[in-house]
Design a binder for this molecule. Sequence first.
Ligand SMILES: [Zn+2]
Length: 106
Amino acid sequence: MMVVRVHLGEHMPDRKQRGSDYRWKRTAKAQKAKRLPCFHCGQPIDYTLVWPDPQSFSADHLKPWVNHPELRYDPGNVVSSHLLCNQTKGSSEHYTAGLGNLSEVF
Ligand SMILES: [Zn+2]
């Protein structure tokens, strides 16, 4: 059995790397090309809009990569969302959802 300890502060470095994370940009671009509706609200996304428009496309992680670092660039872990939906779903909810799955993994 393994006990995984998660320090929520560890997601902060992503903010610093965001501008130069080439691999993530490529993953997000591939997701954008699928032209899928928003994962969170189910509404279509206007792909002509660009950041920081709240209705623009934003690539989001299904499982938080701080808990699943191996899934960070996995296309199967990336979902499409509105920028607004991505931001308003709340980080606490995001991480709690990920922690709930740990019992199945171990
Ligand atoms: Zn949405």
